[in-house]
Design a binder for this molecule. Structure first.
Ligand SMILES: [Zn+2]
Length: 163
């Protein structure tokens, strides 16, 4: 049987870029955090790096898919300059007040399940680093070990929790 991949899933705001209140709506408010060394370490240990983020601001009309794509381009570029490649970025564009319930908005596990399916990932060997309880809940529901950090805390401080 082919060996499955392992992954570290990452929340976006407060983990990869600076948390700025409810949503980061504009490129000029998108400030990438310096987690380069920590993510390079995880990548070198063989983990796929996959982003999983709620983007309910899309459903609210606070920003467009186009603006979101620009922010994610910035995210990928800044990390790529440090030798880090994100395998994918999964986001939930829904919000219950505007688009009704969905399967992907965290704490639902849909975003993680998409990644697990698409990249043949073994959830038991994988992690989800987030700055909210709902991230840990989504991880648990997907069979992935959740690691809670404080917003904007360096990921390096939790590297010991990852095998
Ligand atoms: Zn959704």
């Amino acid at each position: 049987m082919p060996v499955k991949n392992k992954a570290v899933f990452l929340d976006r705001d407060g983990v990869l870029n600076r948390e700025m209140g409810d949503y980061v709506c504009h490129l000029e408010d998108f400030h990438v955090l310096d987690n380069f060394s920590a993510l390079k370490t995880l990548q070198d240990r063989g983990y796929l790096l996959i982003v999983a983020t709620n983007q309910g601001g899309l459903a609210k009309g606070w920003y467009t898919e186009d603006e979101l794509a620009k922010m994610h381009h910035r995210l990928k570029e800044d990390y790529h300059a440090h030798g880090i490649a994100f395998t994918d970025i999964f986001y939930c564009p829904h919000h219950p007040d505007f688009t009704g319930d969905c399967d992907c908005r965290k704490p639902k596990p849909g975003l993680l399940l998409q990644g697990i399916e698409k990249y043949n990932i073994d959830p038991a060997k994988s992690y989800f680093i987030g700055d909210r309880e709902r991230d840990v809940e989504a991880g648990t529901a997907a069979g992935v070990k959740g690691i809670l950090i404080n917003s904007n805390q360096p990921i390096g401080e939790v590297l010991d929790l990852i095998e």
